[in-house]
Design a protein around this ligand. Structure first.
Ligand code: ZN
Length: 399
């Protein structure tokens, strides 16, 4: 199938889902569930998928849901398996954006857009199910719990999802504060992992020594969160620059418990590339020694999410010809301020995550993940479904 044929088929099949997906997204938005507690969301998803005639596995790695769209094209049984992943959990915070589908749960809100991701995942499965006779292989759609705690991907993998469905490639989307209609490819980039470090200081003056120690840790940081539209524009430009200012970075967060005895301090460190973690651990050990603190690392650093350059470039080439996408931007550096456990799927099946623009600044819709006034333009749902269903159909036909 040519790109135009793929797009036409997908556009017609996706149109049958559009209105229902916005209603589904709003239902999930009203009833947000925190990491590990996604029972209602998972049940909604499973019901929708069954109604589309799809077989569904539930309770995978917690509240994970998995469905398989088997192709019917000649030889589909010997065709490749591709994986598409959506995450389902909400953020532990209250939302400020006013809407008639606002969160009804105090202390929980879909401030990271996973409600959109879930609706898009359902739309991708429904759309591909309608196009079975054109699928040369199978697509596994995975609805993951507990992304915010970086536990859900590992839990689903430990539960055997990739053993039952060995995927050749894996893809996903994440909402981003870019105009609706924009999709961003990140060849060789993505999201940093995270290292965690615990200090303890005893004796008189420990609290002050702890403050000085965290000041020294803060000096390792080379990037700051954007605080204004100008900052954000500068960050966006840096992200698009190959070998630019974000080719290497360190971002540290910390918390001091000065009233504890002994005084404790915890540090969360994000770095790019992730090969820098051993060197950074050595620096933290030296700072601890200088402060008279003990230092421990509770475990290995959480891995970075790195998009495969070849698969990302191939996908971006397809998406540039997809009329449902206005603009495909390319980011050459990783977003320094958050992690993403989709990287664990990419360790087993190379592929890509894309940022999906959901902002409409003129309408006060900022699309900034984790901002208390996060809001998303729902046109992004239909765009995401068409882009990802089309990409998957296209990739099934790729050698
Ligand atoms: Zn997220």
């Amino acid at each position: 199938m040519t790109g135009v044929e793929v797009h036409k088929a997908v556009d017609a099949a996706a149109a049958l889902s559009d209105e229902g997906l916005i209603a589904l997204r709003r239902d999930i938005h009203r009833h947000p569930e925190l990491a590990g507690g996604e029972a209602r969301t998972a049940a909604l998803v499973a019901d929708r998928l069954r109604a589309a005639g799809l077989a569904v596995d539930t309770g995978v790695g917690g509240h994970g849901v998995v469905t398989v769209v088997d192709g019917l094209l000649d030889g589909a049984g010997s065709g490749p398996t591709l994986l598409y992943r959506a995450d389902m959990d909400a953020v532990a915070d209250d939302e400020r954006y006013v809407s008639d589908f606002a969160s009804q749960v105090p202390g929980a809100a879909h401030l990271c857009g996973h409600d959109l991701h879930t609706a898009i995942g359902v739309g991708v499965a429904e759309t591909l199910a309608r196009l079975r006779d054109r699928l040369a292989g199978r697509v596994v759609v995975v609805f993951q719990p507990a992304e915010e705690t970086l536990e859900g991907a590992q839990a689903m993998i430990d539960d055997g999802v990739l053993d039952r469905y060995p995927a050749r490639e894996a893809y996903a989307l994440h909402c981003a504060p870019l105009p609706v209609g924009v999709i961003t490819a990140m060849p060789g980039a993505g999201h940093p992992g995270q290292d965690t470090c615990h200090f303890e200081l005893a004796g008189p003056g420990a609290a002050d020594a702890g403050r000085r120690l965290l000041q020294q840790v803060a000096e390792l940081t080379t990037v700051t969160r954007p605080g204004s539209a100008e900052d954000f524009a500068a960050l966006l430009s840096a992200l698009q620059t190959p070998d630019g200012p974000l080719a290497r970075f360190v971002f540290a967060d910390s918390r001091l418990n000065a009233d504890a005895d002994p005084v404790t301090a915890d540090v969360w460190l994000r770095a790019w590339p992730e090969s820098r973690h051993p060197e950074l651990r050595e620096q933290l050990r030296q700072l601890a020694a200088g402060a008279g603190a003990t230092v421990t690392f509770p475990g290995p650093p959480f891995p970075a999410m790195v998009c495969s350059p070849a698969h990302t470039e191939a996908a971006a080439a397809y998406l540039r010809d997809d009329p449902s996408v206005d603009t495909v931007m390319t980011m050459h550096a990783a977003w320094p301020f958050s992690g993403e456990d989709f990287g664990l799927f990419l360790h087993r099946a190379p592929g890509a995550m894309f940022w999906l623009g959901v902002a409409d600044p003129g309408a006060g819709v900022n699309g900034i993940p984790h901002a208390p006034d996060f809001a998303a333009d729902e046109r992004a749902i239909g765009i995401g479904v068409r882009a990802m269903a089309g990409l998957l159909l296209h990739r099934l036909h790729a050698a």
